[in-house]
Ligand binder design. Structure first.
Ligand code: ADP
Length: 623
């Protein structure tokens, strides 16, 4: 397998970091609230009216209370309702009132009698301070089951999206009112339990156990039609008093008796219906029952599946931008984002609750991260190729520039030899000249190639010791003809008996360049001094001229490729502005630096400060 390169590792690491941030953010409280809001929104988007429900609310509503004596006569009202309802033979009856205290004796007696004649009766209990608040024994005796009335409002926004199916004190566990009603309506068999849910008469109710007595079920609420009083079918006890039509609505149904009057205390809850409308508890229990009766459950997707999906999204984003580029990559990135936005809505319709926050954050962060990373990678590649191109151009300039001198000599000499009858001596002299110049040409090309490779970091610098005096001599020798043409005196100052370590060829090139510049940019009949002084472990090799000089601003630029001062241009001397750039490179590769002092019209001094080689014997004697 191919080994990963650094940018690829960086890419994977950047995407991994994006995913981790997104996933961690996806499990925070604000993300949970976002998921809640998305859930409610999707609920409102997809909710249908109930139509043909099995559960009916028998409501103690405002008109009922007003007509039949108010809250103080509540038990009589319920008894009256039950007496009436009995003739419709409901499948089961749930009384969503806590009947824990003794009331007015005649009322209680009437209620007891009504309860005793009720088929499949479920009474309500309430968990208060760790104890069950149960119906009085006289009432409880009439019930086939007792179920708890608790809702499970979300701790973040207090909206009741789920009901706890079970609640327990230390001593006793109770099923939810709706579950007990469902059990009785389906023949009264047992509730079978498994970690993923409970089963009643062949209907599996998904409610994962998350701790001790802690399973809960998402309630599939129904939409409330425009004119309707509730989202569940609703008949008031007063209507039951007044006509048979209302009674027919209860026939064979599971009846949930409870308070819906606005003036009645407590027991109203916020639901995904939103809009500030609170649903009476009895309607929530009836909706929960209907959810079970229809088997239209809402199942939250497991956290592990969500996590895997997030990783899948991150991988998709990564692969998209790794293998595609330009607008195609962005198009696929956008498609991925659209898919992640739509997926929870599509899944909601199928009854699966998939969160928004974590997958969405993952998709946005990884797509943006991958796109940004690729953008910078492309930019860097572009910069590199630009740099390579301009280096190549410079190289061409440099070669043509530097080749001109030896070529001119070779041309001139060969022309002389061809055109005139020359003495044997002269011919030999010219032949030697041609030979020497062509060797220099070859050396030049070699040097140039070395410098190129050096700047690309492809070449190991040669590391051999050489005497400073040797390169000074050979450079002086080479530059002398040019100097003589301008009658410039080449003076030799102190030349230390020191050795440098590195590439002699390259160093010679550097020193020759300084001398060549000094000659080029000096007027005739001036002096150029070269010296090499030792300063502790450093060598200061200076070339000083009395030429045109440079000002401060120009000094800052002379090591830039292609830069030439205006004075140099005006001098009429040919130049490309590359020489010093290469000198600087050579010197820095040797661990040295260049100092320049100059004044316009007053000459310049270029000093190479280089580390001196420490001869083996010196090292020994120092020990
Ligand atoms: P070139 O000499 O081919 O133009 P260099 O890179 O060697 O290129 O030098 C860059 C510029 O620095 C020159 O064009 C010139 O303007 C300035 N310069 C270099 N050496 C001297 C000098 N000794 N005196 C005055 N100006 C100089």
């Amino acid at each position: 397998m191919r080994r990963l390169r650094l940018p690829e590792i960086g890419y994977v690491a950047a995407l991994a970091a994006c995913s981790v941030i997104a996933i961690v953010a996806g499990w925070t409280a604000p993300a949970a609230q976002l998921d809640n809001d998305a859930y409610d929104f999707l609920f409102r988007l997809t909710a249908r009216p109930v139509g043909g429900a099995e559960a009916v609310v028998l409501a103690i509503d405002e008109p009922t209370l007003v007509a039949l004596g108010g809250m103080r006569r509540l038990r009589s009202i319920v008894a009256q309702g039950l007496e009436r309802a009995a003739s419709a033979h409901p499948k089961a009856v749930v009384v969503d009132l806590i009947l824990a205290d003794a009331g007015e004796p005649t009322e209680d007696a009437r209620l007891e009698a009504a309860l005793s004649r009720t088929n499949n009766l479920v009474l309500a209990c309430n968990l208060v301070g760790g104890n069950w608040e149960d119906p009085l024994a006289r009432f409880a005796r009439q019930a086939r089951a007792i179920g708890h009335v608790h809702a499970d409002p979300d701790p973040l926004d207090n909206v009741t999206r789920r009901i706890p199916l079970e609640k327990a004190t230390r001593a006793e566990r109770r099923w939810a009112l709706a579950l007990e009603a469902f059990r009785l309506a389906r023949g009264g068999g047992p509730v079978l339990e498994s970690p993923e849910g409970v089963e009643v008469a062949g209907t599996f109710i998904p409610a994962r156990r998350t701790g001790e007595a802690s399973r809960s079920m998402l309630v599939r609420y129904f939409a409330r039609p425009e004119q309707a009083r509730a989202s569940m079918p609703l008949v008031s006890i007063l209507e039951l008093e007044r006509g048979r039509a209302a009674l027919d609505e209860l026939r064979g149904k599971v009846v949930f008796v409870g308070l819906t009057a606005q003036s009645a205390p407590g027991d109203r809850h916020a639901t995904p219906h939103g809009g500030g409308r609170q649903l009476p508890g009895v309607e929530i229990h009836a909706s929960a029952y209907e959810t079970m009766a229809r088997g239209e459950f809402l199942r939250p997707v497991r956290d592990s599946v969500v996590l895997l999906s997030c990783l899948g999204i991150a991988a998709a984003a990564g692969i998209t931008f790794a293998f595609l580029s330009g607008w195609v990559a962005h198009l696929f990135g956008a498609l991925l984002l659209v898919a992640v936005h739509l997926a929870p809505a599509a899944l909601f319709r199928a009854g699966l609750i998939f969160p928004y926050a974590a997958p969405l954050a993952t998709a946005w962060l990884t797509v943006a991260g991958a796109a940004t990373y690729q953008h910078f990678v492309v930019r860097r590649l572009l910069r590199r190729s630009e740099a390579a191109r301009s280096r190549y151009q410079q190289a061409i300039h440099f070669v043509t520039h530097e080749m001109r001198t030896p070529l001119t000599a070779i041309q001139g000499s060969s022309e002389l030899m061809g055109r005139y009858a020359l003495s044997e001596d002269k011919r030999r002299q010219l032949a030697q000249m041609i030979n020497a110049e062509s060797k220099r040409l070859a050396r030049l090309i070699q040097t140039f190639l070395d410098v190129e490779r050096l700047s690309e970091g492809q070449m190991e610098l040669k590391r051999e010791p050489f005497a400073v005096a040797t390169i000074v001599e050979s450079c002086l020798e080479r530059v002398r003809p040019l100097a003589e043409r301008k009658r410039i005196a080449l003076l030799k100052g102190e030349i230390a008996d020191a050795e440098l370590v590195g590439d002699q060829e390259l160093m010679e090139y550097a020193v020759y360049n300084l001398l060549n510049n000094a000659v080029k940019y000096s007027p005739p009949e001036t002096e150029i001094t070269i010296s090499a002084q030792r300063d502790h472990q450093r060598l200061r090799l200076s070339v000083k001229d009395q030429g045109i000089g440079m000002d401060e601003a120009e000094l800052k630029n002379i090591f830039r490729k292609f830069y030439r001062t205006r004075r140099a241009e005006a001098s009429g001397e040919a130049g490309t502005g590359i020489g010093l750039a290469i000198v600087e490179q050579v010197v820095s590769h040797h661990g040295g630096r260049i100092e320049v002092t100059s004044k316009p019209g007053a000459g310049s001094c270029f000093t190479l400060v280089l580390p001196v080689a420490v001869p083996a014997r010196e090292v020994k004697s120092r020990r």
